[in-house]
Design a protein around this ligand. Structure first.
Ligand SMILES: O=P(O)(O)OC[C@H]1O[C@H](OP(=O)(O)OP(=O)(O)O)[C@H](O)[C@@H]1O
Ligand SMILES: NC(=O)CC[C@H](N)C(=O)O
Ligand code: SF4
Ligand SMILES: [Mg+2]
Length: 504
């Protein structure tokens, strides 16, 4: 069951390798832990870390819950080694239970491997059948376990059944073009791979050289970091989002769509770039910009915040109206509201105080609870609201649970008019690429016309950003040579087409 107010997130993957072993080694489990905490917004059901000390006995610890709750006490100390990967999960394939926690660890003919995956295989059904047909038993319904086993399969006739993991990953990428960001750990290296459509994000960073302070003989992250442009580093990191590169690590670049990157103690190296099927454009998830990602993350050479700001400016160009104040539904609506205010020259005002202890994905077992939760989460700042004509900006309206109660709160606090401007187009279609979008019936824009939605939520007017406007905002400072975004949940135009096996 979905817990969040609107769209629910995807998973976060993280990996790290120290450039040297031994006493001065970075504490890899701690680096992965800190990275996962910064990726907590991408998945809050379960988490796990697997590490390697250079032999096939990989260490793994996983559990249900938040990163800080699963890794408490001495848990990290039981994860030795100089290589590690981790995962924060929001389930899309397989229930939210212990057996589906990632990373998946298996022993193969050619060594042990651990796999962490963000995304959802669109051809999961046929791939599952193929793996089972080859005599491999699967113990869960997770597509991520399926990937792990697919990598271990004996290659088809004529191919070498050897430890060439790049060939195995490449082979898998030809079998399953969408959607995944993968980190695959072997005893002495990590492979990072992104689907050829570039649907799910993945980026690389370096561990800054530092004079590690030791506590009780254990290296910590408390040392001084040398942040310079040189290639010298204490190791390498890979992450779903660059917001996970904190003071001790630094963003280097994205993993390119279709790229397989090898991370060893000697550095990072492109091993291959698997091309897109002929005639297909790239399809980076546009909703990473709209809602999922942290505003300080970098995609396609630009900060998410810049794109959200531009969405707000664009929205003001498309749908202007006279008002006294522009305000946002915190958190994700904030940047777009500033953009709208800049463009319209109507001052920005904070309209709502948010209770930070009622999270983005507070457990809400039913829709009624989700609505109650919204009114627990926000309270109006009356002095900014009373007697005012308000333009209220949110990044998205999905079920409409957030908007209705907020408008009621604002009107009760004395707002004379509330005009809603949404910084993304209406969501009308489900996603099958790793985002838990409510069923068609639950999507308010699928059931109701624009004026009906306005009436239902109690808005004096309600307008959405156009698809063209959103794409324009995502492309303004985009440095990618081959641009292309998935907008399937807005347009019904699915990258790679709608798989026949998909029923919704
Ligand atoms: O129409 P709905 O079904 O209510 O969904 C849309 C809302 O859900 C999200 O907020 P959320 O509270 O999940 O996260 P945020 O704090 O990052 O804005 C989104 O930012 C919208 O505010
Ligand atoms: N949201 C995700 O990326 C989920 C990954 C994988 N499909 C799972 O359910 O575990
Ligand atoms: S359908 Fe929507 S949420 Fe899913 S990948 Fe495409 S843009 Fe992202
Ligand atoms: Mg919100």
């Amino acid at each position: 069951m979905s817990n969040a107010t609107g769209l629910t997130h995807e998973c976060g993957v993280f990996g790290a390798i120290a450039s040297f072993e031994g006493e001065n080694n970075c504490n890899i489990a701690q680096i992965v832990y800190v990275g996962l905490e910064a990726l907590q917004h991408r998945g809050q059901e379960s988490t796990g870390i697997a590490t390697s000390s250079g032999n096939d006995d990989l260490h793994v610890y996983k559990g249900m819950g938040l990163v800080k709750d699963v890794f408490k006490g001495d848990n990290l100390k039981h994860l030795p080694g100089h290589i590690g990967i981790g995962h924060t999960r929001y389930s899309t394939s397989g229930a939210s239970t212990n057996v589906h926690c990632q990373p998946f660890v298996v022993h193969s003919m050619h060594g042990s491997l651990a796999v962490a995956h963000n995304g959802e295989l669109v051809n999961c059904g046929s791939l599952r059948k193929m793996v089972l047909d080859r005599g491999v038993g699967l113990s869960t319904h997770s597509d991520s376990e399926l990937i792990t086993q697919a990598l271990c399969l004996i290659p088809p006739d004529g191919e070498v059944n050897g430890p060439d993991w790049v060939a195995r990953i490449r082979h898998f990428m030809h079998l399953a073009p969408l959607s995944y960001a993968l980190v695959v750990m072997l005893k002495d290296r990590i492979y990072a791979a992104r689907d050829p459509y570039g649907n799910r994000p993945l980026c690389l960073g370096k561990i800054l050289t530092h004079n590690s302070e030791e506590i009780n003989g254990h290296p910590t992250l408390n040392g001084y970091c040398n942040d310079d442009d040189s290639e010298v580093s204490d190791g390498w990191v890979v992450s779903s989002e660059s917001c996970a590169f904190l003071s001790h690590t630094r963003y280097v670049r994205e993993v390119y769509p279709g790229e397989i990157v090898e991370m060893t103690q000697n550095g990072i190296k492109t091993m291959d770039i698997v091309p897109l099927p002929v005639g297909k454009p790239q399809a980076f998830c546009i909703f990473e910009y709209v809602y999922f990602a942290k505003p300080n993350s970098i995609f396609e050479g630009q900060e998410v915040y810049e794109v959200r700001l531009e969405c707000g400016r664009q929205l003001a160009k498309e749908w202007s109206i006279e008002a006294d104040v522009v305000g946002s539904v915190p958190e994700s609506g904030n940047a777009a509201a500033h953009g709208y205010s800049q463009q319209s020259k109507i001052p920005f005002g904070e309209l709502l105080a948010k209770n930070n202890y009622v999270g983005r994905t507070f457990i809400q077992p039913c829709n009624k609870m989700r609505q109650v939760n919204v009114s627990l989460k926000f309270s109006p700042i009356a002095s900014n609201v009373r007697g005012k004509r308000i333009i209220l900006i949110d990044d998205s309206v999905v079920r409409g649970n957030t908007m209705g109660p907020i408008i009621k709160l604002l009107k009760r606090a004395g707002a004379t008019e509330v005009h809603v401007r949404v910084a993304s187009p209406p969501i009308k279609y489900p996603c099958y690429m790793g985002i838990n979008i409510p069923t068609k019936g639950e999507l308010i824009a699928n059931r109701l016309e624009l004026d009906e939605i306005a009436k239902k939520v109690g808005a004096d007017s309600l307008k959405y950003l156009s698809v063209e406007g959103l794409l324009k905002a995502a492309q303004k400072n985009n440095t990618n040579k081959r641009k292309g975004h998935c907008t399937a949940c807005l347009t019904g135009d699915y990258p790679g087409g709608l798989p026949e096996e998909l029923k919704w």
